[in-house]
Design a protein around this ligand. Structure first.
Ligand code: DC
Length: 225
């Protein structure tokens, strides 16, 4: 079978990365987390003390940035920012807003477009993000739009942060999630939206296992496996 691609888009906290990772392991394909690429650019911008909303300033430093995505033997994606492994650092909560702000800049999006397409060209992938089915891989074999109520998503994120040893108050996480949802879906450049041919999966009322089964069902049907 030739390389195939599965696009998974949706707002933050809908379970995209956990589910996509599990599905990649099950189907033995590559999981590509595109949010991590925007986070790496966000981290660089933060380190330079640049306002992430200043499109001209961010565009001007893009030539200084080299991001690489590499995979360790256990299949985990690592992000290299100018050669430095920043996989952990890009998960810091303050980097989420930096990533969201820089991702609204068209030059940043076009800077990263080829890299994402190349991954899908050379491997079978399940790729998650905001514009994978609409812009990055408009010809993806399967497109899924994963969503859940913002309340549920915030609750899950709080649980995840607590388990990671970095707990944060629910109200704070909910407020930040709402702001990021709004920013990601109202920007002019490649806003978050479902592709017309995407299958909508709402995980508000279903747990991880059931969500995974639903996605696998959609994927098997889409790939005619
Ligand atoms: O998936 P994430 O939360 O790690 O993504 C961080 C930010 O990057 C998100 O707020 C919007 C942006 N992003 C994007 O614009 N397009 C993508 N394909 C993936 C992420």
């Amino acid at each position: 079978m030739k390389n195939y691609s599965i696009a998974v888009d949706g707002p933050s906290g809908a379970g995209k990365s956990t589910l996509a990772k599990a599905i990649a392991a099950e189907l033995n394909i590559l999981y590509v987390d595109t949010g991590a690429i925007y986070r790496s650019i966000g981290l660089y911008v933060q380190r330079q003390g640049i306002d992430p909303k200043d499109g001209d300033a961010v565009t001007a430093i893009l030539p200084e940035i080299h991001v690489d995505m590499v995979y360790s033997d256990d299949g985990l994606q690592h992000m290299l920012l100018n050669g430095e492994d920043v996989t952990k650092e890009i998960r810091l909560p303050e980097i989420s807003m930096y990533a969201s702000a820089v991702s609204a800049i068209p030059a940043v999006r076009s800077f990263l477009l080829e890299m994402q397409r190349e991954m899908a060209h050379s491997h079978s992938v399940i790729m998650d993000g905001r514009d994978i089915g609409t812009v990055v891989l408009p010809n993806a074999d399967v497109k899924i739009f994963l969503t859940a109520d913002v309340d549920k998503r915030a609750r899950r994120r709080v649980k995840e942060l607590t388990e990671r040893g970095t707990p944060r108050p629910f109200e704070e996480v909910l407020d930040e999630m709402r702001r990021r949802d709004w920013a990601d879906s109202h920007r002019a450049a490649a806003p978050l939206r479902a592709a017309e041919d995407a299958v909508l999966v709402d995980t508000s009322e279903i747990d991880f296992e059931e969500s995974k089964e639903r996605l696998l069902e959609v994927i098997r049907r889409g790939l005619a496996l």
